[in-house]
Design a protein. Structure first.
Lengths: 173, 173
DNA sequence: ATTTTATGTCAGCCTTGTTGACATATCTCA
DNA sequence: TGAGATATGTCAACAAGGCTGACATAAAAT
């Protein structure tokens, strides 16, 4: 077994970069548990609507980015159009998302959350925000920025610019 | 349903009017993208072995906690015994995990990673550690601790003590 | 001796991902 | 204008990994 007495705590005293080889078990496992609980809040509510996590993701990004196209959504979610279409169809049928023909390019479908859809998206976002705020409370103000930068840096460098634009892109506080 | 304020309105530091929280869209979305990429590294390797994420989780926690029982593993993963058994059976058949009868309680099955299993678990942990280290590099030394505390606080308070014990062994807050 | 506990297993269902093939409308460009 | 590229939709089949319910067995606990 690997020495695991101290969680990814490193002091450089050994010659080689054994550091890069000592697994950061703490951050790996905390990430797993945190994510598990983080998505569990919405799950309970989505159930009442007959929706799942896939619906949540679609609704969230459409709600946050009105006029999003299918192609852009596929790029965000990294799933196939068939997978997307299955849940998107349900969201449209149940009137949580509206699909309008593109104006510049009429092949495109521009997606918008309906009032009902926007409300649900907001409700779920607030639920998750409550958990986030509880976690941040009691931490220094700089902590939030540190966490934000950490998460951003975890993302594939290829995607990080895209994500940065998507998340911090153009709007409100 | 509560009529919520439109997304733009919020205050700076006015007392305790936190009920109309402004969604923390940035942390919500960054968490999604970061987790997506974080688990994608192992996926590629697991594929070569004919394993999936479910196998990874089982192998990881067994490898990290030699002698883990079925019940404890179920408690960590929060899945049903049927779901667990499906992947566990494959891990045992392919000789990545060994199941021994309990000594104190002979009804129990104590799980251990085989040499081959421990090797794979370590390989995957190192992969994820590389990503973590890349993210932490360039951040202040306190950042790691902030991230760690943030993730821990995201976890359900009910589970956090258990997780703390599991991850850090047994100490600190 | 009976009941409870820890585990295993069969059978079937659901969600959400996949691939491949094909259809249609629209845009672009030579 | 006509050929091809592009954006989307759809059908069919399959896989992974969740789920429930029912039932079986060995061992511990009472």
């Amino acid at each position: 077994m690997v020495p695991d007495a101290l969680p990814a705590l490193k002091s450089h005293h050994s010659g080689k970069d054994i550091l890069a080889e000592t697994p950061a078990y703490d951050l790996i496992e905390l990430f797993f548990f945190a994510y598990r609980d983080f998505v569990s809040d919405p799950d309970r509510i989505l159930d009442e609507y007959g929706f799942g996590r896939a619906h949540h993701r679609v609704l969230h990004f459409v709600s946050r980015n009105p006029g999003l196209t299918i192609a852009e959504l596929l790029d965000i979610l990294r799933i196939t159009k068939q997978s997307l279409n299955r849940v998107l169809k349900e969201l449209i049928e149940k009137d949580f998302i509206e699909s309008r023909m593109g104006t510049a390019d009429r092949r495109q479908r521009l997606l918008f959350a309906t009032p009902q859809g926007g409300e649900l998206a907001l409700k779920l976002a607030k639920l998750q925000t409550r958990r986030i705020m509880r976690a941040l409370s009691g931490m220094e103000p700089e902590a939030k920025d540190a966490v934000s930068r950490y998460l951003l840096s975890l993302i594939d460098p290829d995607s990080s610019a895209h994500v940065k634009h998507l998340v911090f892109g153009s709007e409100e506080t």
